[in-house]
Design a protein around this ligand. Structure first.
Ligand code: GAP
Length: 517
């Protein structure tokens, strides 16, 4: 299926089954802002629980906080966001559409790469098992020519970014014949810098009001609370502070569904360490975070690292964990070695001493920081796209199909559906009794409308791992049928055993236990 079609299918599935709706849809929506529906919020909360418990329960030296969204405006001067949290934008004069100049160039480069991939695919088909990929890409004339273009472009593009040379970015767009996808023309404006922070006013009287920002990342709430937490928690280095919360960015090009939004949620953890130990801890967090992702079971081939060659001025190492989304491999999480930049800047701007006295070294220093930063919404999208499966079935000789979300049971929004086969003969009463017991442990649904087949399909579409059917035999011998989502196998079990069967698969500790060292 083409990448675009996959994404479209995912978006419409999310809407149809109560996962994600466009914001204020009755007014035709608001660009790049989304609301989570009844199933979406459950899945999102489960993702957050998986992250929160991994950080704060599995690591005795990590604690959580919940800082305010509004912060003193000096915070953003100190962090560098007022001066440099910019994207280079360019407008097409004919379509009046605005683009990120860097995105236009990177998409053009992706297209070149796609040409190589196509050649390789064609050759692999032609030569079958004897195909040697490495030899093909290093000798095929067409591939070598395109690879040369990619390398030259990358070098020129990196140089322009490093030098913050906006004219050169524009020139690359012109030289590569990049056209506006809407107008098809090359009638481009100059490239300008655009600050991504949303501004608002604090205070009711205009003369007294001061400009404040909606935070563009949650991390600064952690940095400004470093001393509070370290002192009140008597934390010893190395230790971490974790936080989940909303962040806001006025993205120029906000698209690809919840991948790039203007209001989104982050799960960030800052790990405070001794200067000089950063490479060791960077390696640790890089590996641990990838393990956390892989434990969900979507397949190791769905993940890869992208190490940054171009580093922000305050970082001495950075990598992204990329997930294979419907639109290809894209960043879902960043791991950054941020040195002592942030704490150092807050010390400078606030005039307050932000130091740690290390009793083992008998020495004070500004701690270094390793940051892990993941977007809840991107993580949500990775889970849904990894789980979305279309299956062709054959039931009793007849062809059928289903869409099933193979969400890991511990994250599934609804854990079990209780389904009386008919609405009479004491079946609903027995089903309600079971439902009452299960609802104390799990999010469950009770459904008695429509045929059992239709009810199974509805539950498959929202990823419910277990369907429990109550039939006439249940009333006689207190057994029920349990149907497993992925295999569709059915089994007769004692009604009293159901709760523990569900718990065995749905307990989030199953995932966490795999991550204990
Ligand atoms: N404190 C570091 C920081 O904010 P970032 O790479 O800008 O780093 C971290 O963002 C993560 O936040 C990204 O990996 C992504 O998952 C998520 N994220 C960033 N911008 C986003 C947006 N506009 N919409 C959705 N998620 C976003």
């Amino acid at each position: 299926m083409a990448q675009e079609d996959q994404l479209k299918k995912l978006i419409s599935h999310c809407k149809e089954y109560g996962f994600i709706f466009p914001s204020s849809e009755i007014y035709d929506g608001l660009a790049a802002v989304y609301d989570y529906g009844q199933n979406g919020v459950e899945l999102k909360n489960n993702i957050k629980e998986y992250w929160w418990k991994f950080m704060t329960r599995l690591h005795q030296n990590i604690v959580g906080i919940d800082a305010a969204i509004f912060m003193h405006p000096k915070t953003w001067e100190a962090s560098g966001h007022v001066g440099a949290f910019n994207d280079p934008l360019i407008d097409n004069k004919d379509s009046k559409k605005r683009y990120r100049a860097d995105n236009l160039i990177e998409e053009y480069r992706d297209k070149l790469q796609a040409k190589i991939d196509k050649e390789v695919e064609k050759a692999a088909k032609k030569f079958g098992e004897s195909f040697d990929r490495a030899q093909f890409v290093s000798t095929n004339a067409r591939v070598l020519e395109v690879q040369k273009q990619i390398d030259e472009l990358t070098e020129r593009y990196d140089r322009a970014l490093n030098a913050n040379d906006l004219n050169e970015l524009r020139q690359i767009i012109i030289d590569c014949d990049i056209v506006c996808p809407i107008s098809g023309t090359k009638n481009w404006t100059e490239v300008r810098q655009f600050n991504l922070m949303f501004k608002t006013q604090l205070g009711s009287v205009s003369e007294e009001a001061s400009t404040i920002y909606l935070r563009p990342e949650t991390a600064q709430g952690i940095f400004v609370n470093y001393l509070n937490v370290q002192k009140t928690g008597r934390m010893k280095i190395p230790f971490g502070i974790a936080q989940i919360g909303k962040a806001f960015r006025n993205e120029i090009v906000a698209r690809q569904f919840v991948f790039r939004m203007r209001e989104f949620e982050q799960m960030e953890m800052q790990f405070f360490i001794r200067p000089g130990s950063e490479m060791e801890w960077f390696k640790y967090w890089k590996e641990m975070r990838l393990r956390w992702h892989k434990t969900l079971g979507f397949g190791d081939d769905h993940y890869r690292y992208h190490d940054h060659e171009k580093l922000a001025h305050y970082a001495n190492a950075a990598t992204d964990i990329e997930f294979k989304f419907p639109m290809g491999f894209k960043e879902v999480e960043g791991i950054h070695s941020r040195t002592d930049f942030d704490l150092g800047q807050h010390q400078k701007f606030s005039g307050k001493k932000i130091q740690y006295f290390d009793p083992e070294l008998c020495q004070s220093y500004t701690p270094y920081v390793i940051e892990t930063s993941i977007g809840v919404d991107r993580m949500f999208m990775s889970v849904l796209s990894g789980a979305y499966t279309e299956e062709q079935l054959e039931t009793e000789g007849a062809k059928d199909s289903r869409v099933v979300l193979k969400i890991p049971a511990a994250l599934a929004p609804v854990k079990a559906a209780v389904l009386p086969l008919v609405k009479k003969d004491g079946l609903p009463e027995l089903a309600e009794k079971l439902m009452k017991k299960l609802m104390l442990r799990f999010n469950c649904q009770y459904e008695e409308k429509d045929s059992i087949g239709k009810r199974y399909r509805r539950q498959d579409a929202i990823g419910t791992p277990f369907c429990i059917t109550i039939d006439h035999q249940s009333v006689e011998d207190n057994t029920v049928t349990i149907r497993y989502r992925d295999s569709m196998k059915q089994e007769r079990v004692a009604i009293d055993a159901v709760s523990d069967i569900i718990a065995k698969d749905c307990d989030i500790n199953n995932l966490l236990a795999q991550l204990q060292d």
